[in-house]
Design a protein around this ligand. Structure first.
Ligand SMILES: Cc1ncc(COP(=O)(O)O)c(C=O)c1O
Length: 349
């Protein structure tokens, strides 16, 4: 696989030799007894980093989202989310199956305004309506191309939510990227929210793990939901030491991924017959669309480019996502753009 340029996701990275060494040397204990030193260290470090009282590690971002929904809602409630949210599209209906809630997706381009939210919230106590009890924001927004949600709007959204008695949740699987792109700290980005999720397995390059942060009471409740969902681990330091290593060594290199995504996107937009809005390329993700003028669809392009050593993600029938990360260089990104441009140019009807 090593000669392949794998741009399908920022989750495909493999732990570096130094990260593996940190994992092998990690002090461990039984995390269900609260005795895993590496996990305790990561949780308190991240709680502080995110400006919250407490934090709990979970195996995946999907489980973090499910546990947050379970903590902040009751079955039958409604949750406001952005259009094409991870919770609505990539979690196998977990919001409904595990938390018993329905999602109402609003807005466009990865976010929505406070006014759109206010209009979408159902009036309380009407005999037929579900109660809209939670708003969640995804920052950066995956399916919208890694866009950063404007923080001024986030502040307004959370203020309206408080006014309406709703809870607030930030799906910040790529909050590290949002921080780099916006120049705001992860603490500033998290401040308006009751709970926040972050991931270590994406741009940070750890082999697994996410974390929920919030007040002590919310995290105590989320920990019980984690256990119920089957996510309470034992010698978890093997994972959390990788996350600690990533915070020390990989966080500072994220701007490189952003610059590589931009270089790839600009090369594609200038050479290939694609629909690509360069203003959406703000972090490490590039989403583009195949116009009717090319005969190939996204799965077809994915197969053709795989044969040329470039792996991409068919996100929809005519939508493609590529993501840059720790395991691809600038040179590989530019080469990938050339391969895609050549393949697409050959498919112009
Ligand atoms: C925005 C967002 N939230 C949550 C997740 C879920 O993370 P995981 O793959 O660890 O379940 C992802 C994964 O890509 C994501 O992009």
């Amino acid at each position: 696989m090593n000669d392949l340029i794998d741009l399908r996701s920022d989750t495909v990275t493999r732990p570096t030799a130094a990260m593996r060494a940190a994992m092998a040397a990690a002090p461990v204990g039984d995390d269900q007894y609260g005795e895993d030193p590496s996990t305790n260290q990561l949780q308190s470090r991240c709680a502080e980093l995110l400006g919250k009282e407490a934090a709990v590690w979970l195996p995946t971002g999907t489980m973090a989202n499910q546990a947050a929904l379970r903590t902040l809602t009751r079955p039958g409630d409604e949750v406001i989310a952005s259009r094409e949210s991870h919770a609505g599209w990539h979690e196998v209906g977990g919001a409904a199956a595990n938390a018993g809630v329905q999602l109402q997706e609003i807005g466009q381009g990865g976010w929505f305004t406070a006014e759109q939210m206010r209009a979408a919230v159902k009036p309380r106590n009407f005999v037929m309506f579900p109660t809209t009890t939670l708003v969640q924001v995804e920052n950066t927004h995956n399916r919208a191309g890694g866009v950063v949600v404007p923080q001024a709007e986030v502040l307004r959204i959370c203020a309206v939510a408080r006014e309406l008695g709703m809870a607030t949740f930030l799906d910040g699987a790529r909050l590290w990227n949002a921080s780099v792109a916006s120049g705001l700290t992860v603490s500033e980005l998290s401040a308006p929210f009751d709970m926040v999720a972050v991931a270590f397995s994406k741009g940070l390059g750890a082999p697994g793990g996410s974390l929920l942060a919030g007040s002590k009471d919310l995290i105590a409740a989320a920990s019980r939901h984690r256990h119920r969902l089957g996510g309470a681990m034992r010698q978890n330091g093997v994972f959390t030491s990788a996350a600690l290593y990533a915070l020390d060594h990989h966080l500072a290199r994220l701007p490189e991924d952003h610059a590589n995504a931009r270089a790839l996107a600009e090369a594609l937009a200038s050479k290939a017959p694609v629909v690509l809005d360069l203003t959406t390329v703000q972090t490490n993700i590039v989403v583009f669309h195949l116009p009717d003028s090319v005969s190939v669809d996204a799965p077809g392009l994915s197969a053709l480019s795989r044969a040329r050593g470039v792996l991409i993600n068919a996100f929809g029938p005519r939508t493609v996502r590529v993501a840059t990360h720790l395991d691809v260089t600038r040179e590989q990104c530019v080469r990938a753009a050339s391969v895609l441009a050549e393949l697409l140019s050959n498919c112009v009807r």
